[in-house]
Design a binder for this molecule. Structure first.
Ligand code: MN
Length: 218
């Protein structure tokens, strides 16, 4: 696990617990004890898992894919707050039955600049959860992805896009759920651009109010 994820959670007042690849039973046991789930970045998702052939995909780890899809489905069912970053937004979409577009064209979504540097703009839908967090309609973000969100299940909605219409933010259609997916890497922008801290502070404060299944059982 790259340290910026850990640091962003710690500096926002949360306690990160890194979860390894687990079987179904262990996934339930762990997920029952957590107050929030962060899905981190990583390799592309194996297209087989969203019903497509691998015609443009990069490096994949199908075991990690299957584990993360399983834990996302379970966390969604329990109503646990979810923050999904880069690969995470794609896991979230696939876990809920959506698909991805492999090797997108359009503007450059895999920047050569440092991870802390913004490289393209996004437009944010007014009134969305993400808009309420960021409080502006435009934002410059970094970009390190080959694939993009394609088909989206009705339980999720896109609320920010790049100029080439690539989806950059997904959130739950149900406003009572805190589920936020971002295609960029706020944990790498966190130090240099304080606006990105709002994503983590909001996530951690929602997690703080969420009672885990274990809490509820006393
Ligand atoms: Mn991008």
């Amino acid at each position: 696990m790259a340290s910026p994820y850990i640091d962003s959670i710690v500096k926002s007042g949360g306690i990160p617990i890194v979860i390894p690849i687990l079987n179904k039973l262990s996934i339930k046991k762990v997920t029952d004890k957590i107050n929030g789930l962060l899905l981190s970045g990583g390799f592309d998702i194996s297209p087989v898992l969203y019903g497509e052939e691998p015609f443009g995909v990069g490096k994949v780890d199908p075991d990690r894919d299957r584990f993360e899809i399983e834990i996302t489905k379970y966390a969604w069912r329990l109503g646990i707050p979810i923050l999904a970053i880069c690969r995470g937004i794609q896991v979230l979409n696939v876990a809920l039955g959506g698909t991805l577009k492999q090797r997108i064209k359009g503007i450059k979504h895999f920047q050569q600049a440092e991870r802390c540097q913004p490289s393209h703009s996004i437009s944010i839908e007014q009134g969305s959860l993400f808009h309420k967090i960021i409080k502006q309609k435009k934002l410059m973000v970094n970009s390190f992805h080959h694939d993009a969100i394609e088909k989206i299940d009705h339980r999720l909605k896109a609320t920010a896009w790049a100029k080439d219409e690539v989806v950059e933010v997904l959130e739950a259609s149900d406003p009572k759920k805190f589920v936020l997916g971002v295609q960029f890497h706020p944990e790498c922008m966190y130090e240099k651009y304080p606006i990105f801290r709002k994503i983590f502070s909001c996530f951690i404060s929602v997690c703080g109010r969420h009672k885990s299944t274990a809490d509820k059982k006393g």
